[in-house]
Write a protein that binds this ligand. Structure first.
Ligand SMILES: Nc1ncnc2c1ncn2[C@@H]1O[C@H](COP(=O)(O)OP(=O)(O)O)[C@@H](O)[C@H]1O
Ligand SMILES: [Mg+2]
Length: 383
């Protein structure tokens, strides 16, 4: 049943792709197959489950008949009295009753165990190791981030980042570029401490992030990912994320910064327009703009955008990043972007390649250096 449900969930969320590749029939066939298997499993469970009761009953009744028969013979030979025979029959009834019940419980227990197994598999996953005792709490982070000699791999034998060094001063805008799969997101995962590096250390405001609580570290960052997440509620609620103390002017300022204010104004109910469950009533790019505005409004001293403007046109992307400079004064921002035209005004550009920072410097410096960055940059503007 669990497998069947998982499959249904997958095909419903991937409906459009399935239709676009006209895979409806394949999926229906695959569903049929799984459904048949589930039916068979249910049938077997019920069949054997229902056999248990009658079988135990049969054995009990058989034993009673044998007892009565044997008792009768013994009585005829005057070896026992009728009273003894009756009580013995009653005792044996009392004895078999619980066995009968036990048999029923066992079959029920087995089907429950099958379901529980899935739950236990989840519970057996090792949790995130606890914070070190005596961990400090980050308060009023100013945003100096340093990475020293970081090496990291998700699997022990596959190193993704090697001997990486990075220094980001407070208030700076750091752009991370590089080919897909180079390790850009991995770098962010380490900064937020979703994973711990194999060797080397990362400091925030001079404190090793391993010596601080994860909660306070993550509170210092606002993060926007490529896949947006909006909830069912008004645009205003989505932007403030439950924090009613944010004044409306600030909300409008952030919306203007990400260039979505005018669009919101055109909606019949403006900021009070209710978004669908998955925000289906607005475009993918507009969703991204809303999530960026939300991150800007959250009271964090550092901001991470991981390909968060991938569905936004280049011109808006540049404007967002300019606005970010103003709104995010004194806040450290990490931006992962593919369109190099949009990151010209970053303080530091990091070029990640094959798990290493291949080049590091400002846009102008890197162009002058005529290295990988310059090559990437020119390849985007050849036409
Ligand atoms: N959760 C994971 N488990 C194992 N390997 C991973 C995981 N996430 C990413 N990787 C691997 O790490 C490498 C870098 O991935 P990532 O940092 O996501 O790249 P990108 O630069 O495109 O953001 C890739 O080769 C990928 O296969
Ligand atoms: Mg990535």
């Amino acid at each position: 049943m669990g497998e069947l449900n998982g499959f249904v969930e997958e095909i419903i969320s991937g409906q459009k792709t399935i239709k676009a590749y006209h895979q409806e029939e394949t999926m229906i066939a695959r569903f049929e197959e799984k459904n048949q298997a589930a039916t068979q499993a249910f049938y077997n469970a019920e069949y054997y489950g229902n056999i248990v009761g009658p079988s135990v009953n049969f054995i009990n009744n058989l034993s009673i008949s044998l007892i009565s028969l044997l008792g009768a013979i013994l009585f005829l030979h005057q070896m026992i009295t009728v009273g003894k025979l009756t009580s013995f029959t009653l005792y044996s009834r009392k004895f078999s009753g619980p066995i009968n019940e036990l048999a029923n419980i066992i079959s029920e227990l087995q089907s429950s165990l099958a379901a529980a197994e899935r739950v236990f598999r989840l519970m057996d996953e090792p949790p995130e190791p606890a914070d070190k005792p005596g961990s400090v709490e980050y308060r009023d982070v100013s945003g100096d981030v340093e990475m020293n000699n970081i090496s990291f791999g998700y699997l022990p034998d596959r190193i993704v980042l090697e001997n990486l060094n990075l220094k980001a001063d407070r208030g700076s805008l750091i752009a991370i570029v590089g080919p897909t799969g180079a390790g850009k997101t991995t770098l962010i995962n380490l900064l937020m401490r979703f994973y711990d590096p194999n060797s080397g250390h990362i400091t925030l405001d001079g404190t090793d992030i391993k010596d601080a609580t994860r909660k306070s570290l993550r509170q210092a960052y606002a993060m926007v990912l490529q896949d947006t997440w909006l909830f069912h509620g008004t645009i205003y609620e989505n932007l403030t994320y439950g924090n009613d103390s944010i004044p409306m002017e600030d909300v409008i300022k952030a919306a203007k910064a990400v260039k979505i204010h005018h669009y919101i104004e055109t909606l019949p109910e403006g900021y009070q327009t209710v978004l669908n469950e998955d925000g289906i009533n607005i475009s993918q790019g507009q969703k991204q703009l809303l999530t960026i505005a939300r991150a800007m409004l959250s009271d964090c001293n550092m901001l991470i955008l991981d390909e968060a403007t991938s569905n936004v046109d280049t011109r808006t992307e540049i404007e967002i990043q300019k606005a970010m400079r103003v709104l995010m004064q004194n806040k450290t921002c990490f931006i992962i972007a593919h369109r190099l035209s949009t990151i010209e005004n970053a303080d530091i550009v990091l070029v990640v390649k094959d798990g290493n920072i291949a080049e590091q410097g400002s846009h102008t410096e890197l162009i002058a250096k005529k290295g990988i960055y310059a090559e990437l940059y020119h390849s985007q503007f050849q036409s």
